[in-house]
Design a protein around this ligand. Structure first.
Ligand code: MG
Length: 167
């Protein structure tokens, strides 16, 4: 194996964090669906899928460098939300936590002169910039619309999606 035992264990821990995010987004998607907000709910189901992809990406890297995959227990996630704003705030906090975790992994890679892992992690560093930006934008939009106009948020997301994928 071309990475340290400590790096192997830290990457395996990150797999758990990504799967925890996956579960947290499923819970949020379910809550939002229960309010009848199908467009916003779909966005969180897609976000959940992305987190699973992140976990798989790390698992593949662990295998590629000849280290051992060990998937630990996934901490429980909250299913109790009062408002959409609260759920999206929790999502932004979650992305900030993951950003700190990825930064810590990068710091470890640099300390160990583990350039293979550092190069691999660069994608996650860039990804987190995107994740924080899009979640902050969504939270601002939700706050601006307010609870009475939450359907405008759905309209906006739909419009953005059709701009991205014109039919
Ligand atoms: Mg992630």
């Amino acid at each position: 194996m071309i990475i340290s035992k400590k790096m192997q264990d830290s990457l395996n821990e990150q797999v758990v964090h990504e799967l925890h995010s996956h579960n947290a987004y499923l819970a949020i998607a379910g809550f939002i669906d229960s309010l009848g907000l199908k467009v916003l709910s779909r966005r969180f189901f897609e976000q959940a899928d992305e987190e699973r992809t992140h976990a798989l990406k790390i698992i593949n890297f662990i295998m590629d460098v000849g280290a051992t995959v060990a998937v630990g227990a996934i901490p429980t996630t909250t299913n109790k939300f009062k408002t959409v704003e609260e759920a999206v705030e929790a999502s932004l906090k979650q992305e900030e936590r993951v950003t700190a975790q990825i930064n810590n992994l990068m710091a470890l890679a640099q300390k160990e002169k583990d350039y293979a892992t550092a190069s691999f992690l660069q994608w996650f560093i860039d990804e987190q910039v995107e994740e924080i930006a899009s979640m902050s934008d969504l939270l601002s939009l939700i706050r601006r619309a307010g609870p009475a106009n939450i359907l405008l948020v759905e309209d906006r997301i739909l419009r953005e999606e059709s701009d991205k994928h014109p039919t």
